[in-house]
Design a protein around this ligand. Structure first.
Ligand SMILES: [Zn+2]
Length: 68
């Protein structure tokens, strides 16, 4: 007798939504942030410092994101 097992696994929608949120936040922080994320706690001074921009500067150029 031949047995056949079929597995239908689906990722929960909540997990996919959480991963997409983490991906979006990471993409923004690495590729697009010009001080916006730190301005929440640091205020307008974050736009001058641009810590995340400086941290990910070489990655931005290597990945082709607009930088300066
Ligand atoms: Zn640059």
């Amino acid at each position: 007798m031949k047995q056949q097992a079929t597995l239908r696994a689906r990722a929960p929608g909540v997990a996919i939504a959480a991963l997409l949120a983490v991906f979006g936040a990471g993409l923004f922080a690495m590729g697009l942030d010009q001080g916006h994320m730190f301005s929440v706690v640091e205020g307008a001074a974050a736009f001058d410092a641009m810590y995340l921009h400086e941290l990910s500067h070489d990655v931005r150029h290597a990945a082709g994101f607009p930088c300066h």
